[in-house]
Design a protein around this ligand. Sequence first.
Ligand SMILES: NC(=O)C1=CN([C@@H]2O[C@H](COP(=O)(O)OP(=O)(O)OC[C@H]3O[C@@H](n4cnc5c(N)ncnc54)[C@H](O)[C@@H]3O)[C@@H](O)[C@H]2O)C=CC1
Ligand SMILES: O=C([O-])CC(=O)C(=O)O
Length: 312
Amino acid sequence: MKITVVGAGNVGATCANCIAQKELANEVIIVDIKDGLSEGKALDMWQTAPINYYDTRVKGVTNDYAATAGSEVVVITSGLPRKPGMSRDDLIATNAGIVKMVTENVIAHSPDAIIIIVSNPLDVMTYAAFLTAKKASNKVFGMAGVLDTARYRAFLAEELNVSPKDIQALLMGGHGDTMVPLPRYTTVAGIPVTDLIEEDKLNAIIERTKFGGGELVNLMGTSAWYAPGAAAAQMVEAIVRDQKRIFPVCALLNGEYGMKDIFLGVPVVLGKNGIEKVIEVKLNKEEMELLKGSAEAVKSVMKVLDGMKILS
Ligand SMILES: NC(=O)C1=CN([C@@H]2O[C@H](COP(=O)(O)OP(=O)(O)OC[C@H]3O[C@@H](n4cnc5c(N)ncnc54)[C@H](O)[C@@H]3O)[C@@H](O)[C@H]2O)C=CC1
Ligand SMILES: O=C([O-])CC(=O)C(=O)O
């Protein structure tokens, strides 16, 4: 079992480290374009194996996709992160070309790989990778919902002073400020969250979640990596261990939720075949309106991508 992570930056290195520590593969290959960066980070990581007690061999390469050949899962994190004052959508001009080129290289050497996109703007970069890879949509999808729900769950755990392990939640829509946390599908050890928290406090947590990425960008001058890297690794785990986990994943819709030809965050079953099922939960009118609004925001960025004409 070989897993590749493209991008040896903050998110890619964190993701590779989580994959190695969980021993999800015999070998993890990290690829970057910066000479020496992936080799250095992989070597440093590998030197934690005797301390953290794992066998997964971590190797770094510079632009050498032959070394990634036969990967079963590939996580693509390459691309610019945003800086304070930017939106994720502002990254499209640089990241679309990077994601396209990287996907072509990945597919050339690992035609059967399941591809998880992390680069932003997430929903549209996943669409770009899907069009480039020309693979079935159960094998090309994006990571955002696992991260966004983790933020929502962490904020709730803090407010309620309970274990984050006991917070179950669903969040749908695009990976932007229009994302849709769903209180009606949020429970604390089976108890509806609305029984445990005042409405204004819950609304404040929902707002904080929607802007959770931006909060970290403002604090650090670049975007987050610990939770994003761990979230992508959790998706890899569900696939390689065939766990059939239900996660919100950026998936191609084919009529579900009344939408087509758009990648959007929806709950799916994740197992060895990638997305094994898109789950259609019942949404009330207000929730459906919010989801449609989020889809409209994603569509406007898809139009920018189409206008760039880099995929034809
Ligand atoms: N989907 C999500 O929830 C999240 C997405 N992100 C996104 O992930 C991406 C990476 O973020 P960071 O790791 O913080 O950035 P970073 O700047 O630390 O790392 C990006 C790496 O990509 C490499 N790279 C650029 N072009 C490449 C190419 N053609 N081939 C291989 N490597 C290439 C760079 O050399 C750099 O090392 C950004 O676009 C960011 O917005 C970040 C956090 C969460
Ligand atoms: O906020 C960003 O630019 C990075 C990201 O997607 C996140 O942390 O949610």
